[in-house]
Design a protein. Structure first.
Length: 475
């Protein structure tokens, strides 16, 4: 006869297992809802206009925009990236590169590449940041301004750029990124069509590894040759074309990527700019904007539109990718707990219930529940506490929904952007979408749990993000 002690262990194991499965099911429901909403949103979108037609429609009314490019140790890519930005198809813009105390030759590469000279430009200290050591302009292109400042982190550098810029709208973009020529015009379209309500717009981030890049342009789209960045291609498609499009549709978008986002300057200054020292400065800013607008009772839109595309370099080593994902997890946790009063708060409507509810299920509880499931449920089965059928059901839940969501994201990509020119690319990505669920996804969750541990220890280490250089991929 089973003792009370043994019965208690079995009961506790059963309860814990059902909690794990319940959280897994909740994540599945969230992702499937995102997929359905994203599919509906794409079906309602008008046909994608050609670049020439956009220019004809909007060039006379397009507002001035400042591109703010924080750069820290970006000597491999920064000149190539700035060249691509200066060649954008937009009538009125300037590029403000913020050298955030780089320890490599970032500033020297910029000075040499654009013949920079120091100049004076009055600006308002609306936001706090580390001291500026000098401003530079280029006789080669009057659109370019370079700020050299003491190191203060990405958010600090972005605040410095916001202070110096004079345009009513600014775009933040990473120093290792390359915009498609019409990206800025497409990203500005919501500000032109709905200027009263639009306060932020995000575009699509794509992986440049494997593509041929010349003169700051993606000349030929290719797939990464290594498996690790190939898996990241799937992740980015899933994140942008499914999740963000779905949340944007119901005006609950919680993240405009710091790699490529466009913002109304006045509203960003009103909320204090980017939070200095934050691990997730882009997520933090969007949450502050939601809270500010809802507190004021004002109508607003924070949108994601898939057509503006920004290409960036993905990590190609496990060490660098692991640091990146752990840092992203710390950023999500930091923002969730900083603004936890918004969770399920009726005052914040859909943002409080859906936006923060999603963060709770997917970002806060999700990785812990999945890793516990990987470890405990097989252990319980081996000990005879749970049945083998239970293990099979749990495994099927994880893998079947993962494959389904990834493949459906590929279908959305092909329906909307059609950036992969060869059918073989879609075949390779479909295979990758299946096999990423057998090892890579589990590894990702372990990195996220590591991020949880670092958050609890108040670890603020950013970690080195080693680059191989986008320009080298043209060779």
């Amino acid at each position: 006869m089973m003792s009370d002690w043994s019965h208690g262990i079995v009961l506790a194991a059963s309860i814990l297992s059902w909690i794990i499965v319940g959280l897994g099911t909740a994540q599945t429901v969230v992702y499937l809802l995102q997929l359905l909403i994203a599919g509906y949103a794409l079906s309602q979108r008008p046909p994608v206009a050609r670049s020439a037609l956009l220019w004809h429609r909007y060039s006379d009314v397009a507002p001035p925009i400042a591109l703010i490019v924080p750069a820290y140790n970006e000597e491999l890519n920064v000149v190539e990236s700035v060249h691509s930005m200066l060649a954008l198809e937009y009538p009125n813009f300037e590029v403000i590169v913020v050298n955030d105390g780089s320890r490599d030759g970032t500033l020297e590469r910029l000075v040499e590449g654009f013949r920079l000279v120091k100049f004076h430009r009055p600006y308002e200290d609306a936001l706090e940041h580390q001291p500026v050591r000098g401003l530079y302009s280029s006789p080669m292109n009057e659109r370019l301004i370079v700020i050299d400042k003491q190191n203060g982190g990405k958010a600090d550098a972005q605040n410095a750029g916001i202070n110096v810029c004079r345009a009513p709208i600014f775009c933040v973009i990473d120093g290792d990124s390359i915009l498609e020529p019409d990206a800025l015009m497409r990203a500005a379209q919501p500000f032109i069509d709905d200027p009263e309500r639009t306060i932020a717009v995000g575009g699509t981030i794509r992986i440049a590894n494997g593509s041929r890049i010349e003169s700051g342009r993606v000349r030929e789209v290719g797939l990464p040759k290594n498996l690790l960045p190939l898996f990241q291609v799937i992740e980015y498609l899933r994140s942008f074309l499914m999740a963000r499009l779905a949340w944007s549709r119901i005006n609950t978008l919680m993240l405009v990527s710091g790699a490529f986002g466009v913002f109304l300057r006045a509203e960003v200054v009103a909320v204090g700019g980017f939070t200095r020292g934050s691990m997730g400065e882009d997520l933090d800013l969007v949450i502050k904007l939601h809270r500010h607008m809802l507190d004021k009772g004002r109508k607003y839109r924070i949108q994601f539109i898939p057509e503006p595309v920004c290409w960036t370099e993905a990590p190609e080593s496990l060490a660098v990718l692991g640091r990146q994902r752990s840092r992203w997890q710390r950023g999500a946790l930091e923002c969730f707990f900083r603004y936890r009063s918004m969770l399920f708060n009726p005052r914040y409507g859909r943002v409080g219930f859906l936006g923060f509810g999603h963060m709770l299920i997917v970002d806060v509880l999700g990785p812990i529940a999945e890793v516990l499931g990987y470890i405990l449920i097989p252990a319980f089965c081996l000990l005879g506490i749970l049945s083998f059928q239970y293990l099979l059901a749990f495994t099927a839940l994880i893998f079947v929904y993962g494959v389904c969501v990834s493949v459906c994201s590929l279908i959305l990509e092909e329906a909307e952007l059609q950036r992969f020119p060869r059918a073989s690319h879609l075949v390779v990505l479909t295979v990758a979408a299946v096999i990423e669920n057998f090892g890579y996804r589990q590894l990702n969750n372990f990195w996220r749990v590591k991020g949880w541990w670092q958050y609890l220890r108040a670890d603020q280490n950013w970690g080195e993000m080693t680059r191989t250089g986008l320009s080298e991929k043209a060779k």
